[in-house]
Design a protein around this ligand. Structure first.
Ligand code: ASP
Length: 586
């Protein structure tokens, strides 16, 4: 019969009377004197095992000696429970155990392996294989598997080919630092781990594989930020003979397919917004549009009345919070503190309350009369009961601070419901951004992104104004994907590299292979990559990607379970031709 006839999630009342074999781990046991129960767990569920002195005193003794997380194999008869447990799918039955084999013992686990655990984050990371036994993590991994399956089915059905690309490559500039791997055979030389398969997928287009995808690991040596992983997965895609519109339709179709299959939600055509509009109306290139609070600029309505903080500022901009006119002094002070924190650096927050009786009162009432405030209220389209919150200062800083305040209020007011999904395309990103200190231009997406043809002429005169055929897919305030139509002309690609400050030799040395390929019939092409970990997290109603990765790194980029990164033996240094602490050949 093998180890088992059923899993711990299988048995129901209809199995009553059957003799079954189960294997699993002891989640907990309850000893009630003459009888004892064990909850036996495997990845499929939990089944209650029953032991009774009257049936078999020796077996009862044996059961009592099994500690938490012992691995058992049992054989017994399925009985109906006296009192069903509606919380468990197997709650109607229990198994009256007739024989028990301890397949393996277990030390007392360092934390409780149940849905609610007492283990701290670090401890659970160290014993990840125990944490993974818990139902919430198990469900997350099953969810991840399902998202992957749905993605593959969707793309396979559209004729996309899943093609692997190498991990040991030469640097691809995606804006982060590369992880490098020293070559033993070619001492002094290094591979780089791909930040994405970008150049390879473009070469696949040149090769004629006009629909490619891969759920692929990418590596970026970025400074540590909360909820970033040095290695992460992307749904990486590329298509040839397409325009931006084709890509948008194909991949909004993919997300629609996921939302339907996973949540039963029907979504129509996704809204679209230009980057410029997103920045103007939300102060953010990945706005959470589950709620309103769009930015309203007051400009001349607020200048010239003697309020220096407004008169001297580049931008005066606010949001309206529906029904919040009742906010207390204390609540308003807390919001003021929030925008004044050093990372936001605002000097203050101006509020205007629109009372239910229609009267308007403001924190800057000294400077503005009732007519002024009425004009503001109109600009905000404020109704009695609403609250207006206004910031002023340097343009970028103020937009950013107001965006954060908006998200903070959204959170506080429960407007960011994880069961509500609000996808959005953000389009027409600038091609380049300028480093304030060095004055150097950087590709905002990556250097292979095509400028909008109508903006090509600006490349020489006003590079900052050139828009790209680049797009981001945003879901609930998170960028879940980004891509672009690519350059496929050697001349334009060369010009791009030179704009980005590459000398001709450098460009040839680093990307000659791609520019050479463009001389052998490169088709027009474009693509996108979706952050798979984050996609799984958001679709799973959570925001921490770590909970959706089987073996993640911690926030310091360490794997605390296997203890990596770690030092290597002197012998390994020697073999690689490296000296400890020195990166040049020995
Ligand atoms: N390679 C890009 C990225 O990783 C995505 C793309 O342009 O397709 O963000």
């Amino acid at each position: 019969m093998g180890y088992r006839t059923h899993t711990c999630g299988d048995l129901r009342a209809s199995n009553r009377g059957e003799t079954v074999q189960l294997c699993g781990w002891v989640q907990r046991s309850r000893d009630l004197g003459g009888m004892s129960f064990i909850d036996l767990r495997d990845r499929y569920g939990i089944t209650q095992l029953a032991f009774n002195e009257g049936w078999d005193p020796q077996l009862l003794e044996q059961a009592r000696s099994c500690g938490r997380e012992f691995v058992l194999q049992i054989r017994g008869e399925v009985l109906l429970r006296d009192k069903a447990n509606p919380q468990l799918p197997t709650g109607e039955i229990e198994v009256r155990v007739e024989s028990l084999t301890v397949l393996n013992g277990s030390k007392v686990p360092p934390f409780t392996i149940e849905t609610e655990t007492d283990g701290g984050e670090e401890l659970r990371m160290r014993y990840r294989y125990l944490d993974l036994r818990r139902a919430p993590l198990r469900d997350n991994l099953i969810h991840r598997h399902n998202v992957g399956r749905l993605v593959r089915n969707y793309l396979n059905d559209l004729g996309f080919l899943d093609i692997e690309t190498p991990f040991l490559i030469k640097s691809t500039p995606e804006g982060a630092r590369d992880f490098v791997v020293p070559s033993r055979i070619h001492q002094g030389e290094f591979y780089a781990l791909p930040q994405s398969p970008q150049t390879f997928k473009q070469l696949l287009m040149v090769a004629g594989y006009d629909r490619y995808y891969q759920i692929v690991r990418c590596f970026r040596d970025e400074d540590l930020r909360a909820d970033r992983q040095p290695e992460f997965s992307q749904v990486d895609c590329e298509m040839a003979f397409v325009e931006q519109e084709d890509i948008l339709n194909t991949f909004e179709g993919l997300l629609r397919h996921l939302l339907k299959a996973l949540h039963g939600q029907e979504h129509g055509v996704f809204p679209r917004m230009s980057y410029a509009e997103a920045m103007r109306t939300y102060g953010n290139d990945k706005p959470d549009i589950r709620f309103g609070m769009r930015f309203v600029e007051l400009g001349d309505l607020a200048r010239g009345k003697g309020f220096a903080a407004f008169d001297q500022s580049e931008l005066i901009v606010g949001i309206k919070v529906d029904g919040a006119a009742e906010y207390s002094r204390k609540q308003l002070d807390a919001l003021t503190d929030y925008v004044k924190r050093p990372q936001r650096g605002m000097t203050g927050l101006v509020w205007v309350k629109h009372a239910l009786d229609g009267t308007l009162s403001a924190s800057v009432g000294k400077f503005y009369d009732a007519d002024d405030l009425r004009a503001w209220a109109e600009a905000f389209d404020s109704q009695p009961g609403d609250l207006m919150l206004i910031l002023a200062g340097g343009e970028n800083k103020t937009r950013k601070a107001l965006s954060e305040l908006r998200l903070h209020l959204g959170e506080e007011l429960g407007l960011r419901n994880p069961a509500v999904f609000a996808p959005l395309w953000v389009l027409d990103f600038p091609l380049l951004e300028q480093d304030e200190e060095s004055g150097r231009w950087h590709a905002m997406h990556h250097p292979f992104t095509s400028p909008k043809p109508e903006d090509l002429a600006l490349l020489d005169t006003d590079p900052g104004a050139v828009r790209a055929n680049a797009y981001d897919l945003v879901l609930n305030g998170n960028e879940i994907g980004g891509g672009s139509i690519r350059i496929y002309d050697r001349g334009i690609q060369k010009r791009m590299f030179s704009l980005l400050g590459f000398s001709e030799e450098e460009a040839q040395k680093q990307f000659g292979f791609l520019m050479d390929a463009f001389e052998y019939g490169a088709p027009p092409h474009g693509g996108i990559a979706l952050g798979f970990d984050r996609l799984c997290a958001i679709l799973g109603g959570a925001e921490t990607i770590r909970e959706f990765i089987a073996f993640p790194k911690n926030n310091a980029g360490r794997d605390v379970m296997i203890d990596a990164p770690a030092t290597i033996a002197p012998e390994q240094w020697r073999e690689l031709g490296l000296k400890p602490g020195v990166s040049t050949p020995a």
